[in-house]
Write a protein that binds this ligand. Structure first.
Ligand SMILES: Nc1ncnc2c1ncn2[C@@H]1O[C@H](COP(=O)(O)OP(=O)(O)OP(=O)(O)O)[C@@H](O)[C@H]1O
Ligand SMILES: [Zn+2]
Length: 734
C-alpha cells in the first residue's frame, strides 16, 4: 500500500443525500477509500498510489458534475522531498522494501554463482548466467536512478556505480560486476530502509488526529469527518478517546494527556471556561480551558467548542512545520555540499587519468581500467552526503516526539553550540500572572482613593501588570462604582497615562516621571520603591496632575520548574544565563538570585533587549533567546537561536521561533540543548567516518592493495554506519 490523503474543495452540495451518494460512487473507484463528502463542499479521501492516481480521481469527480475549487494533496510535498532513490514507485511490486528484496536475491545469485565457479565439473556458463541475473536484480534500481539523474543533467553516484559495473562486465568480469551491484543495492536499500524508519516517526504525527468527531447539532449527536467540523460546533469527547479539534472546554472536567503535542507526560486537568460562548481564540485561553486536536482525553466526558478548522489545528501546523524542517539544510550540510561541488569533478578527473595509466606504466588497459573503477568507488562521497541529513532528520523526529519543534538543521546544530542563553523575564521565567502586593498612599490620600485611581486607569491597559492591579483593587474596594477613565496612552516600558475625573493620571516607573518632570523622583519615594524592589516587588508610582499620590506594587512569582531547569543547564556547562527585562534592576536582581540566573539585566527598553543580545553574541559567539515569541520577537530574531515557549497556544510563536517548546513550560529546554549537542557530535563523528573511509580506501585502491569488492564493502559499510549512527538520535534521552 502506498496511501495518500487528498482533500478537494468543490462547490457546495445542496443535499446531504446527494453528498452520501457521491461518497458511495467515489468509494467504488479502485484504490480509493475512506471517502467523505461534506455538504459544505469538502471531499476527503485516501487513495493508494499503487492502484490509482490523483488526476484520475479528479477526473471522476468532475464526471460527477462537480466543480472543483481547490485540491490539496497532503503527501504531495513530502513525497517530492523524498530522496531521489525513492521515486521509482512503479517498480515497487513487493512494496516499500522491493529494493531490499531485489538486493538480497541478487546476493543469492552471486553467492551461488561464486560457489559453483569453484567446481571445474560445472560449466562456467552456469555461473556466468547466475552472475548476470544477479547483476540485473542488483542493478535495476541503480539503472533507473542513474537514468533519472542523467535526464535531470546530474551525475550522481548511481551513474558512477553503474559505469563501473558495466566496465567490469565489458572486461568479462561478470562476477565482479554482479558483486558490485549487489553490494551497492544492498547498501542503499538498507540506507533507505533506515531513513524511512526515521521519517515514519515523523509521519506518525499525522495519525494522531482522529478522523471523525461526535458533533452536537440541534441537540443530536452525529459523527462527522473532522474536515467537516465548523467553527463554533460543539463536539463531544468520550472518555479515553482522542480529541478531534482545537477548542475550548464548555462542559465537563477531565484530565487530558497532551504528550502528543507538548511532550508533557503528566495529564492536564481541563474544566469548562465560564465565558466559553464569547471565547473565540485558543491562544487567549488558559491551559485548563483549551484543548488540542490529537491529545488524549482521560476519564471524563468533555464538550468542546471548536475554535479551529482541522487544517489549521496546532497539530496540522506542527506536522507541516516538521516536514518543512526536515528539508532545511544545516551549516555542515551547506559545507559538505560546497565541498562535494569541487570534490566530485576532481574525483572524475583523477579516475580518467588513472584509466590512462597503462600508457605510462607497464600494465594492460584492463588493469588500468579496473584500478580506476576501484578508486572511483572508494572515493565516492555517499557516506558524506548522507551523514548530516540523516542526523538532522533523526534529531527533528526525536524532538517532535518530546514536544519540541526544531525547524531544521541550522537551529539543531546552532543550539548545540551556544555559549550563553538569555531569557525574557515576564511569562518565561515567571508565571506572568502578577498579583497586587502593596498600595501605599502618601500624605492625606486614602488607600481607597489610590486604588480607585489605579483601577480606573489600569482597566484600560492590556499590560499583564494592569490585570493584577484591576482584579485585586476591585476586590479590595468591594464592588463600588468607579468612574471610568478616558484617553489611555500606553507609554512603552514606562507606564500609562489617562484622564480621570477631570485630571491627568500617570502610573509608571521612575523613568516615566523623570522624563515627565525633568527631575529625579523625590527621595522618600525612591527609597520606598527601592525597598519593595529589593524584595522582588515591581513598584509603580501613581501620580495625579502635579501630585504624587502613592506607590502600588505587584509581584510575579517564578515558574515552579525554573530553578530545576536552570540548575540542569548549569550542570550541562552553560555558564551564562541572562535575564532580560523591562522591569527594575533591583527586581531583576531579586528574582535572579532565587532562581539561578547569572546575569540579570533590568530596566531595558525593547531596543535595549536587542542590543543586549547583540552584545552577548559578540562576547560568547552565539546565544539563544527564550521568550514567548510575541513581544520579544525582535530580540529572538537577533539571537542565534530563537526559542519560543508555550508555542502550542500561539501561532505567532510557532511561526517565528527557530525552536518551539510546545508546552508552556521550560522543562524541555535542557532536553533540546542536549539533543542538539548530541546531534552536533554525531554529525562530527559521521564526517570523520565518511572522510576517514575515503582517505583509507583511495590510497589502497590506487596502489592496487585492494580490489573493487572490498572497495564497495568499505564504501557501503561506511554509508550504513553513518546512517545507523545518526539514528541513535531517535532514542536520545537527556
Ligand atoms: N500598564 C502599566 N502600568 C503601570 N506601569 C507600567 C505599565 N506598563 C509598563 N509599566 C512600567 O514599565 C515597566 C517596563 O514595562 P515593560 O512592558 O517594558 O516590561 P515588562 O513586560 O513588565 O517586563 P519584561 O520585559 O520582563 O516582559 C514595568 O515594570 C512598569 O514599571
Ligand atoms: Zn554509496
Amino acid at each position: 500500500m502506498n496511501t495518500n490523503k487528498l482533500q478537494i474543495e468543490i462547490e457546495k452540495i445542496q443535499h446531504t443525500r446527494k453528498a452520501r451518494r457521491m461518497e458511495r460512487i467515489l468509494e467504488r473507484k479502485k484504490g480509493v477509500s475512506d471517502v467523505s463528502v461534506s455538504t459544505s463542499g469538502v471531499i476527503v479521501m485516501k487513495w493508494d498510489a499503487d492502484q490509482t492516481n490523483q488526476s484520475s480521481i479528479i477526473e471522476s469527480i468532475e464526471k460527477l458534475g462537480l466543480n472543483i475549487v481547490n485540491v490539496e494533496n497532503y503527501n504531495d510535498h513530502v513525497d517530492k522531498k523524498e530522496d531521489s532513490h525513492n521515486t521509482h514507485s512503479g517498480l515497487r511490486v513487493l512494496g516499500e522494501n522491493t529494493e531490499l528484496y531485489f538486493a538480497v536475491f541478487s546476493g543469492v545469485c552471486w553467492v551461488t554463482g561464486f560457489v559453483l565457479s569453484f567446481f571445474s565439473s560445472i560449466d562456467e556458463s552456469i555461473a556466468t548466467t547466475l552472475f548476470i541475473i544477479g547483476a540485473a536484480f542488483g542493478g535495476v534500481f541503480t539503472f533507473i536512478t542513474a537514468g533519472q539523474d542523467l535526464l535531470r543533467g546530474k551525475f550522481e553516484i548511481d551513474f558512477l556505480m553503474l559505469f563501473a559495473a558495466i566496465g567490469a562486465a565489458v572486461l568479462g568480469k561478470w562476477g565482479e560486476s554482479a558483486l558490485l551491484l549487489f553490494l551497492f543495492s544492498l547498501g542503499h536499500a538498507l540506507e533507505h530502509y533506515a531513513m524511512r524508519r526515521a521519517r515514519k516517526s515523523i509521519s506518525a504525527l499525522s495519525d494522531l488526529a482522529p478522523p471523525v468527531a461526535l458533533v452536537k447539532r440541534n441537540g443530536e449527536l452525529t459523527q462527522v469527518h473532522i474536515e467537516q467540523l465548523e467553527l463554533g460546533d460543539i463536539i463531544v469527547v468520550k472518555p479515553n478517546t482522542k480529541i478531534a479539534a482545537d477548542g475550548v472546554v464548555t462542559n465537563g472536567t477531565s484530565p487530558v494527556n497532551q504528550a502528543a503535542i507538548t511532550g508533557e507526560s503528566v495529564p492536564v486537568d481541563k474544566r469548562p471556561s465560564t465565558n466559553w460562548q464569547s471565547q473565540n481564540e485558543v491562544k487567549k485561553l488558559l491551559s485548563e480551558h483549551r484543548v488540542f486536536a490529537g491529545t488524549m482525553n482521560g476519564s471524563g466526558v468533555l464538550e468542546i467548542k471548536v475554535l479551529k478548522r482541522a487544517k489549521d489545528s496546532t497539530l496540522s501546523r506542527l506536522i507541516t512545520l516538521v516536514k518543512e524542517a526536515e528539508t532545511q539544510k544545516s551549516p555542515t550540510q551547506h559545507l559538505t555540499d560546497r565541498f562535494e561541488k569541487y570534490y566530485v569533478p576532481s574525483v572524475l578527473v583523477t579516475v580518467m587519468l588513472l584509466m590512462l595509466a597503462f600508457l605510462v606504466i607497464n600494465e594492460t588497459f584492463e588493469q588500468s581500467f579496473y584500478r580506476a573503477m576501484s578508486v572511483l568507488i572508494a572515493a565516492s562521497p555517499c557516506a558524506l552526503a548522507i551523514s548530516t541529513p540523516s542526523a538532522v532528520l533523526a534529531g527533528i523526529a526525536r524532538s517532535a516526539r518530546q514536544g519540541v519543534l526544531i525547524k531544521g538543521g541550522r537551529p539543531l546544530e546552532d543550539l548545540g553550540g551556544i555559549g550563553a542563553i538569555a531569557f525574557d523575564k515576564t511569562g518565561t521565567l515567571t508565571e506572568g500572572r502578577p498579583t497586587l502586593t502593596h498600595a501605599i498612599p502618601f500624605g492625606a490620600i486614602t488607600k481607597a482613593h489610590l486604588l480607585k485611581i489605579a483601577v480606573a486607569v489600569e482597566a484600560l491597559s492590556d499590560h499583564p501588570l494592569a490585570a493584577a492591579i484591576v482584579e485585586a483593587g476591585q476586590q479590595e474596594l468591594g464592588g463600588i462604582d468607579i468612574p471610568e477613565a478616558q484617553n489611555l496612552k500606553a507609554l512603552t516600558a514606562r507606564g500609562i497615562q489617562a484622564n480621570w475625573e477631570g485630571s491627568l493620571i500617570h502610573i509608571g516607573n521612575r523613568r516615566l516621571f523623570e522624563e515627565l518632570t525633568g527631575k529625579k523622583v523625590p527621595q522618600e519615594i525612591d527609597l520606598k520603591m527601592a525597598e519593595l524592589e529589593t524584595g522582588g516587588h515591581t513598584a509603580m508610582i501613581v501620580h495625579q496632575d502635579e501630585e504624587y499620590m502613592g506607590i502600588i506594587s505587584v509581584m510575579d512569582i517564578a515558574r515552579p520548574e525554573v530553578v530545576a531547569t536552570l540548575a540542569t543547564l548549569k550542570k550541562m556547562g552553560l555558564k551564562r544565563m541572562v535575564m532580560l527585562t523591562g522591569d527594575n534592576q533591583k527586581v531583576a536582581d531579586a528574582i535572579a538570585k532565587d532562581i539561578g540566573i547569572t546575569d540579570p539585566m533590568g530596566s531595558l527598553l525593547p531596543e535595549d533587549k536587542v542590543n543586549a543580545i547583540e552584545q552577548l553574541k559578540q562576547q560568547e559567539g552565539s546565544v539563544a533567546m527564550v521568550g514567548d515569541g510575541v513581544n520579544d520577537a525582535p530580540a529572538m530574531a537577533k539571537s542565534t537561536v530563537g526559542i519560543a515557549m508555550g508555542a502550542a497556544g500561539s501561532d505567532v510563536a510557532l511561526e517565528t521561533a527557530d525552536i518551539a517548546l510546545m508546552a508552556d513550560k521550560l522543562d524541555n529546554l535542557p532536553f533540546a540543548i542536549g539533543l542538539s549537542r548530541k546531534a552536533k557530535q554525531i554529525i562530527k563523528q559521521n564526517l570523520v567516518i565518511s572522510l576517514g573511509m575515503v582517505a583509507l580506501l583511495v590510497p589502497l585502491t590506487i596502489m592496487g592493495t585492494i580490489a573493487i569488492g572490498p572497495a564497495v564493502v568499505g564504501h557501503e559499510g561506511s554509508t550504513l554506519i553513518v546512517v545507523m549512527n545518526a539514528l541513535r538520535l531517535l532514542r536520545y534521552e537527556l
